[in-house]
Ligand binder design. Structure first.
Ligand code: F6R
Length: 365
């Protein structure tokens, strides 16, 4: 039931402190502060030459975010692809590494077909699924479930952050199995994962600010989302969420691609959501912000205290995130993407929980 909330989407956004705790705790040994993702996964990742991660839609953006963790923390090359492309191109699979399948429903037709291709070609399939009795879960070699609970809103929210959290666990466990995680770092990452429910609650405190900013987007014809590094997939997710529920045309771009085409779109008052918590690439993104502003774009900066301070008056609006490390921050950055899309949709009066033309589970290709 929706309870006090007007829509399932808002209820599910607010459930994320609990859905994340449920999704993370089974993979952490509290006594030793270590990651426990299961022997099969550890063994598969330990010997892997590379990995592939396959999914559709929002689940694909979770996989794309995870690619940064797998490469940077576990030093494992990971290719990500959308299932509808992967399944038909006779892809070259890893020799010893896994194929990861990310799916809330576990019934997405293209993702299931991609899994079957990998099975036929002897690549071990690991499923990150929210429905443990689903087809994808049943056919995989190993299941690493998310415990987001049933997701009713058609636009994925709590399932996405649960996918990110479980993929972070897998990346850390791969790092360990591959000898790239020092004990001190493991304890630090565990602490960061365990702090997520509290930090998500803090991120949700920006709700009133986001609601106000959303009012300024209602009349927009297009909205651009920019991000770099691990925040690039979050920009893609922000754009997808906005178009799904508000029907406003939105595009996500890697900030560094701006000059290669999309900058032509910038005109007076075009809203640009910049997903840029402070990190080693922040200054580069900030110079993109300047380029956009010089052409009249209106900047909505999603960042932490440090980033907001450095950006100064270059941002027209800011959405504040709590401080966090490279594991927790991309998960926190999902929250404002969801709330922004939600409040724009509500202001426009669309059917938020059942957007036109969309189905919760895409079981035909
Ligand atoms: C977007 C959304 C879809 C799904 C996609 C995959 O909000 O919900 O893009 O993420 O259809 O669905 P699953 O995860 O069930 O395979």
């Amino acid at each position: 039931e929706r309870g006090e909330y007007d829509h399932f989407m808002l209820k599910e956004i607010h459930e994320q402190p609990e859905s994340l705790a449920r999704s993370i705790l089974p993979y952490i040994d509290q006594a030793t502060q270590t990651i426990q993702a299961g022997e099969t996964a550890d063994q598969i990742f330990g010997d892997a030459d590379r990995a592939v991660a396959i999914a559709c839609g929002t689940a694909y953006y979770a996989a794309q975010t995870a690619k940064y963790w797998f490469e940077q923390i576990a030093r494992l090359a990971m290719e990500t692809d959308i299932a509808s492309e992967f399944r038909y191109r006779k892809p070259v699979l890893p020799v010893t590494g896994p194929a990861l399948f990310v799916s809330q429903s576990g019934e997405t037709a293209d993702t299931l077909a991609a899994l079957r291709y990998c099975r036929e070609n002897k690549a071990p399939a690991i499923a990150v699924v929210n429905v443990p009795e689903s087809s994808i879960a049943r056919e995989a070699k190993a299941i690493v479930p998310t415990h987001a609970g049933p997701e009713i809103g058609v636009a994925s929210t709590k399932a996405f952050t649960a996918q990110l959290a479980v993929l972070a666990v897998l990346a850390l466990s791969a790092a360990k199995a591959r000898g790239h995680l020092k004990a001190g770092d493991e304890a630090r990452y565990v602490k960061s994962l365990l702090s997520l429910p509290r930090k998500v609650s803090e991120a949700l405190e920006a709700e009133a600010d986001i609601k106000a900013i959303a009012q300024s987007l209602v009349k927009a014809r297009d909205v651009l989302f920019l991000g770099r590094g691990r925040y690039f997939p979050l920009a893609l997710e922000g754009a997808l969420k906005l178009k799904e529920v508000s029907y406003i045309h939105a595009e996500g771009y890697a900030a560094g691609e701006l000059k290669h085409g999309p900058i032509a779109l910038i005109e007076q008052d075009l809203p640009i959501v910049v997903v840029a918590p402070y990190d080693a690439l922040f200054e580069k993104t900030l110079s993109n912000v300047e380029e956009v502003r010089a052409r009249g774009g209106r900047i909505i900066l999603v960042s932490d205290d440090r980033g907001i301070k450095l950006a100064g008056n270059r941002a027209d609006h800011v959405i504040r995130l709590p401080d966090a490390d490279e594991i927790a921050m991309p998960i926190l950055a999902a929250i404002p993407m969801q709330l922004l899309a939600y409040f724009v949709a509500v202001a426009k009066g669309t059917d938020v929980d059942q957007p036109r033309n969309l189905a919760k589970s895409v079981t035909v290709e």
